[in-house]
Design a protein around this ligand. Structure first.
Ligand code: NAP
Length: 430
């Protein structure tokens, strides 16, 4: 009996990958791609191979362990090279990252990026370009590091009616708030420590003023609600009794955290996007949450995102939101998704509109409000404030309001403040 001769072997395609950047994230990606090639194989046996890495300082990259034969200081050449199938952008910043991503998409090359700034600020243009050439643009790593939240929204939850997405999405600010709450130390001191430990950048503005969390919220909203919000329209200032506070966590004090703790609360920087009556309300605001709750337990650089959807209910995703290894996990997953032909992060969803304006007043409705009134010992409280939720300290009083509108809370707190004194009103998330 003659055996049938084996079918001629079809060599599955191997994708050539060029990476722009080899810092915290890029180094972790390169290490896994070069060290674990067998993990990066699609079902038909096709692989993905790292063929080049662009940096500015070749010597520094070599010293950091990137193979010298891969290195170049000409990222545009890598993007233009006909041999490049996929571009991983992990340089960060606006330019030249935006131009390089756009050039790759226009040339029909797939792009994987961790750059939340570029995706949030140039998402509408990049989506048009990617759809025009059919190139895949994937950016799971741009939100919450290793937590697979974008794929979950775009894929597993695609049939749901998503009503709200909210989360702790910035590890730096969560580290600072956690350390202030646990150690009772002031903001400036903890920020300095965070910079020394590498948890905060030398210029921490983008994190502490909330821009980074706004970028992530814009990307979450794209997948949840099908539009690109203009980042500048997302509220970042908590209200005060007499006006608006400072952006992000820059106004949070250790006294406020101590006062919140006495009422069973803690303060977290919550990014929230809600769909109400066809409008998207979006804000990144320090918010008082029950200390004994999943958001309250989310400490340090951990991230947590909760999605409220019909018919699902509420889904919570927690995990490592930053760092080379966790972020590389999302990038490597995106690479494999491209090798498997899954398309862009939004694949299968309708084309997004944008840029759209987020609703100006994210504090519609009635809720509890929390404030710490330094050096104030109020007499009888106005009706809108809860006598049973007022705790006196040597240096002030922590008070939670009844369930009231923002206007009612402002009037009640202003009524017991001395002239010229103002305090932040933190929405309480029950
Ligand atoms: N770090 C995290 O935990 C994390 C988490 C999620 C997302 N991300 C995002 O991932 C991206 C990278 O972050 P990272 O922390 O890895 O940054 P990083 O440590 O500062 O590294 C940036 C890398 O890009 C290179 N680079 C920058 N500008 C360049 C240019 N014009 N030409 C060539 N190379 C250039 C740098 O090269 P030189 O060193 O030679 O200057 C360096 O290798 C950012 O978009 C960030 O937002 C980071």
């Amino acid at each position: 009996m003659t055996r049938p001769s084996p079918a001629p072997s079809v060599r599955a395609e191997t994708l050539s990958v060029a990476m722009l950047g080899a810092g915290t994230v890029g180094r972790a990606v390169a290490e896994w791609m070069l060290g674990q090639p067998d993990r990066l194989v699609s079902a038909d046996g096709g692989g993905v191979t790292l063929v080049a890495v662009a940096v500015r300082d070749l010597e520094r990259a070599r010293e950091a362990g990137i193979r010298g034969d891969l290195l170049t200081d000409a990222p545009a050449h890598l993007v233009a090279d006909p041999g490049t199938d996929v571009v991983i952008e992990v340089m960060g910043g606006d330019e030249p990252a935006r131009t390089l991503i756009m050039a790759a998409l226009r040339a029909g090359k797939a792009v994987v990026t961790a750059n939340k700034h570029v995706i949030a600020h140039h998402g509408p243009d990049l989506e048009v370009a990617a759809r025009l050439t059919g190139a895949a643009l994937r950016f799971e790593a741009a939100v919450a590091g290793g937590i697979p939240v974008l794929g979950t929204l775009a894929g597993d939850l695609a049939a749901n009616d998503i009503q709200r997405v909210r989360g702790i999405v910035n590890g730096t600010t969560n580290y600072i708030l956690t350390a202030m709450a646990e150690d009772g130390r002031p903001y400036d001191e903890v920020l300095e420590d965070a910079q020394e430990l590498g948890y905060a950048e030398a210029d921490p503005t983008g994190d502490v003023e909330g821009d980074d969390a706004v970028n992530k919220l814009v990307i979450l909203a794209r997948l949840a609600f099908g539009l690109w919000l203009a980042p500048a329209t997302v509220g970042r200032r908590p209200p005060t009794a007499r006006g608006d506070g400072t952006p992000g966590i820059t106004g949070v004090t250790d006294q406020e955290l101590e006062g919140a703790a006495a009422l069973g609360l803690t303060i977290k920087l919550l990014a929230t996007a809600t769909r109400r009556d066809g409008v998207i309300e979006a804000s990144v605001i320090p918010t008082a949450v029950p200390a004994d709750s999943p958001f309250g337990w989310t400490d340090g650089v951990t991230n947590r995102i909760e999605i409220d959807a019909e018919p699902l209910g509420t889904l919570g995703l927690s995990g490592p939101g930053a760092g080379g290894p966790a972020t590389s996990s999302a990038i490597l997953g995106d690479l494999l998704a491209i090798a498997r032909g899954f398309g862009s992060t939004w694949a299968g969803l309708p084309e997004a509109t944008g840029p759209a304006v987020a609703a100006a007043d994210p504090f519609d409705g009635r809720r509890h409000w929390f404030a710490f009134l330094p050096a104030v010992r109020p007499g009888p409280l106005p009706d809108a404030l809860d006598e049973a939720a007022a705790v006196g300290f040597e240096d002030g009083t922590a008070i939670r309001s009844e369930v009231v509108t923002l206007a009612e809370a402002k009037a009640a707190f202003a009524a017991i403040l001395p002239d010229g004194v103002d305090v932040t009103l933190y929405p309480v998330d029950d």
